[in-house]
Design a protein around this ligand. Sequence first.
Ligand code: TPP
Ligand code: SF4
Length: 473
Amino acid sequence: MTVRAKGFYEKFERKDGNDRTTHYCAGCGHGIIHKLIAEAIADLDIQDDTVFVNPVGCASFCYYYIDCGHVAGPHGRAAAVATGLSRVLPNKIIIAYQGDGDLGAIGFNNAFQAANRGEHFAHFFINNALYAMTGGQMAPTTLPGQKTATTPYGRDVVKTGEPLKVSEIFNQLERPVYIERESVADTKRIMQARKAIRKALQIQKEGKGYAFVEFLSPCPTNMHLDPIKAAQFITEEMERVFPLGCFRDRSEEEPASCQEIPRRSLEEIVSADYESEQNADLSHVKERLYKLSGFGGQGILSLGLVIADAASLMGRHVSWFPSYGPEQRGGSASCSVVISGKEIGSPIIDHPDVLIAMNQPSLEKFLPTVKKEGVVIYEASIPFEPQAKDNIQIVKFPAIKIAADNGVPKAANTAMLGCMTELGLLDIPEREIRNALERSFASKPKLIESNMRVFDAAKEYTRQRLRKNRPSD
Ligand SMILES: Cc1ncc(C[n+]2csc(CCOP(=O)(O)OP(=O)(O)O)c2C)c(N)n1
Ligand code: SF4
């Protein structure tokens, strides 16, 4: 039986299929680097205290293998996620792991700013000179003349710039404590890489600050080379552009150069910053679940944000959970808002108390999910008469017409907000709702007045025509 390296899971049970092998191709540098990190975590006895931020790229699945805490960041955002984690978990070891597409392209500014602030985490940067996971496109680190899927005639530096030397760039910054570039192309180099990983993690263990290690790493599959030739490419071609070595090691200096970032535990932050809210008695606040839905472009997500904003400034616990993607291009969009007097377990709503449906597909989709005695407000122009059951109250409301009649056809979401307010569905003083609506137009102040007009007209319509149905009465 194969014996796993220390720090790896005994079996890769999170991985579908074969739980004995990794998903990496033969000769891939990621597997080597994972092993070095896993062993270092175990040897430094920090396994139970380590949180690993996974990238998007071939290494998205680090969490299959390395036995420690894991968080998956969005593409390019590992350094931002690591910043948040290291600030609220000051006694933990945080590792951000990123490829050269993830760190050098979409996430460069995140990474650069974290290095510039000297955040307390170990930052491992895997430079294989291309985007591997997506099929071998040019990365910022692609060598001049290197052929990739998007540079079939070789990278033309006149058109696309020179390879980004991230270690050299970070070395211009004041606050990083340690910066080193190594390679995993052969055993001698792997031993240097091993040392660099241990150093970066030791710096974390001692709470000294930001440590960055870049690895030149083979990707035989997308380099279209066998593993031996891919390793040669690293040593003979990549090292010429990206020389190996330690750029900086200030770990033995007095703490002055390892400047301390104010870090407070989550508990401290909650008790200091939200003391008044903490002390406020919220036991009377009933949890309410709102599902807001319609076409992408109807302002559904913004409507949810206004409600969430108003409730959060009232000291309520709030979550806002959008669902979009292809829906933004004309399909259905929705968001879930939870307002509660106690901490919220999950932002996902299966059975809302209140459903706002601005189009027919959303009405048909979410109506069957509404709780008994819940409320549904649907856009009056939808050519569909929902049938009430389970004591669900159904309100037909001409949001689009009211918005258009008041000169802002796009403000049907604001009209819905007016209706919800007047029907007492929000349990938030109207003043706070108006403030939140106004804040939502902070970058477009010209729209405040017209939206207030729509809000008032919607309230007036509701008072005159629907108020007798006020669900909370
Ligand atoms: C927002 C976003 N844009 C683009 C993508 C597509 N994408 C997935 S991985 C990746 C680049 C991966 O390259 P790299 O960071 O170098 O990692 P590697 O796969 O080489 O290890 C891209 C562009 C995505 N998932 N999300
Ligand atoms: S495609 Fe390249 S980087 Fe991705 S697993 Fe295979 S060898 Fe590794």
